[in-house]
Design a protein around this ligand. Sequence first.
Ligand code: SF4
Length: 575
Amino acid sequence: MRLVIAKTAGFCMGVRRAVEMVLSAPGQCQGPIYTYGPLIHNPQVLEMLREKGISVLDEIPARGTGTVLIRAHGVPPETREQLEAAGFTVIDATCPRVIKVQTIIRKHAGQGYATLIIGDRDHPEVTGLLGYAGAFGRVVSRMADLEALPAFERAIIVAQTTQNKNFFDAVQRWAAEHHPHYKVFDTICDSTARRQAEVRRLAETADAVVVVGGRSSGNTRRLAEIAAASGKPTVHVETEAELDPDFLSGARSVAVTAGASTPNWIIKRICRRLETLPVERGGAWRHLCYRFQQILLRANTYVAVGAGGLCYACIQLQRLDPVWPLVLLAALYVQSMHVLNNLTGQKEDRYNDPGRAHFYQSHRFALAMLALVSGGLGLLMAFQAGIEAFIVLAVMSLLGLSYNLNLVPARAGWRIRRIRDLPGSKTLLIALAWAIVAAILPALAQIGRIDAAAWVVFAICALLVFARTAFFDILDVQGDRIVGKETLPVMMGEAATMRLLQAALVLAAAGLAAGGLWGLISPLALLLLACPLFLYLVLAAYTRGRIHPGVRLEFLIETHFVMAGALAFFWPLAT
Ligand code: SF4
């Protein structure tokens, strides 16, 4: 089954901004935190906010304390005044595009214009806009509403930002014919228009359409209506649990889109579920292969094989003896640290990868033992390799173990108490740790020092692992943001992180080419250029929507390290 995910699926700018504002509020505001009305029409997001102690304020009390966030839809001006008069601190997260519509209405209402708002009467954005229109504000939801209106001497027509474009176009034609003096402002947000145009386009080519988002979300419902109007089987789901395998059984290609209030972690879960449908329908062998692949990834065994492969390549690049215990050491260390990281990171996995969170919850003891045994064996092997290697690995293991521990007491009042609180620390530390076990330990164990070749290989290795880890951080950005994990994409944004990791791959490729051509490292380096190139192509395929988050993508990303090991293994046969 081919999966096509709409580029416009998920949070729009206004919703993303409001969610980020409310998630940053607990660290910045005193007292209880509320959103005035549900932040967005998505039950999963509302549940997540409830868990974080952010509740919904439906009625304004006579007196109140704490902070109230006005959501992206905005409110009538008098509502804001009432909130402030009650004693709340107000954070205004009204979307800048909604503010623009409010400004148009306020300006014209002040000049005596009537305002016709094309929108859903009960939608909070429309309620907010009406508050700026004064006595001559009218809401138009159907053509019949328009025809029932009196003729105004002066009037403006605006649209709710998520209004159906076709209906608004019909209103424009009606106004041109009956009241050409009315001023028409097309205030439909381009995010909505692009989303609707894309679902129309996708529905033409796909065999079925899955629309993801809250049932009470108007813009999500509209997407489902547009897709259904194309005649293609369309299903509107809130979560992956609602996907009916039978409904999609005949579909060879499925288009997935999502409303402006749907978080990307829910879209990811839907993709993962859709990815498994053909597996479930396939034979037992296919199912077995998929499960095997999934377990290898979840238990970090494939990651460990990749680390071993990378270490083997690093050894060959430095022209050292290919000593297998060092390769095994790298694999054991990486498996141990990654399993520990997953065991302590189940909070964010609840959003990012609930299947993995469930796997770690169900097999907690076995996985903890796996981490301990592989960590212990790694240390033993490092000891056999030499005292320097043992000390380096022991220090790194301690750092890894203390990553999630509070190292500074709460009474010190520091914001940064754990290593993981250091912004971007996870990506950098993983890159450094892999590069040390793969490139530095073999040099220490065999020649007792770190020479120029070891430093070059260390840098290349760190850049490759950095690119891999930063990419996984991009996939997990919303879940990490919710739990307050300061990864690079959370701090810098996804686009900037993608540029950074692409730059890291280019630098790694340049290092391999220069080191190989100048003879500082083995000419194998030129063959290994295939690895950053492979990762670059996988990232490009992801960016273009050709591969989606799921087992296949993870497997491909980790495969480039396995590939490095395989190329290095067969290199002596070719020379
Ligand atoms: S749909 Fe457009 S106007 Fe509405 S909140 Fe999103 S970005 Fe703002």
